[in-house]
Write a protein that binds this ligand. Structure first.
Ligand code: SAM
Length: 211
């Protein structure tokens, strides 16, 4: 998307809450991988989708700086609902906890540090909504794992499913991350338990509905 169009969109959607703008700013300043943060447009979409789905329990795989976890939390009906968010990189923990504490929705978020593939089974929870946004090589594994813990009628939102267009770029087909996304997209397409749609926003966002 060109800068002018993005500027127009951002000035005609809900404003980015101050605490999220602060996370975005601090992530840009302090983290080399700042571009992984969901940001204003995708964040407002995640919040609105959560409000529409009205989940009691939400799981996020890949917290990074906590931006999307707080968008999920903001969309919840009340403080009895919860977001379990999992981050494998323990160097992120202080940053995440600091920003959760600064947000009015931070109390709805439970942060787990470790590999989602170990933590999800150990939590033994059932979820109504899952946001997958971690290692692209592991997307198939996350999907199998999450489907064991997703309620009927539940939703999965998977980020980066167009992988900067590499899914259709012949020169990128050998890359491990591209292969991970290709395998994930194929698995979802072939799964008769779900219906799915890919939104060509940002890096591609797949919405998956368990029937
Ligand atoms: C794209 S970032 C997440 C961005 C965040 N969801 C947002 O939208 O602001 C991906 C994160 O997943 C984490 N990650 C990678 N593999 C993981 C795993 N197996 N379990 C949990 N987190 C993982 C990475 O350390 C990284 O911080």
């Amino acid at each position: 998307m060109n800068d002018k169009l993005e500027e127009y969109i951002l000035s005609h959607i809900d404003e980015e809450p101050a605490e999220l703008a602060r996370i975005d700013h601090d992530t840009h300043v302090q983290n080399y991988y700042w571009h992984m943060c969901s940001g204003h447009l995708q964040g407002r979409l995640i919040k609105m989708l959560t409000s529409m789905i009205k989940p009691r329990r939400v799981l996020e795989i890949g917290t990074f700086s906590g931006y999307s976890a707080l968008c999920l939390a903001e969309g919840l009906v009340d403080d009895d609902c919860r977001v379990d968010t999992i981050e494998v990189n323990d160097e992120q923990e202080d940053f995440i906890r600091k920003h959760l504490a600064l947000s009015p929705f931070g109390k709805r978020v439970c942060l787990h540090i470790g590999d989602a593939r170990d933590i999800v089974p150990s939590l033994g929870e059932r979820y109504d909504l899952v946001f997958i946004d971690a290692n692209k090589r592991q997307y198939e594994e996350y999907y199998d794992l999450v489907m064991d813990h997703l309620n009927d009628g539940g939703y999965i939102i998977a980020d980066n499913t167009l992988w900067a267009g590499k899914v259709v770029d012949p020169k990128a087909q050998h890359e491990a991350q591209t292969q991970g996304i290709l395998a994930f997209n194929e698995k979802v397409k072939q799964d008769p338990r779900v219906e799915q749609v890919i939104i060509p926003m940002r890096d591609g966002l797949t919405l998956i509905h368990r029937l």
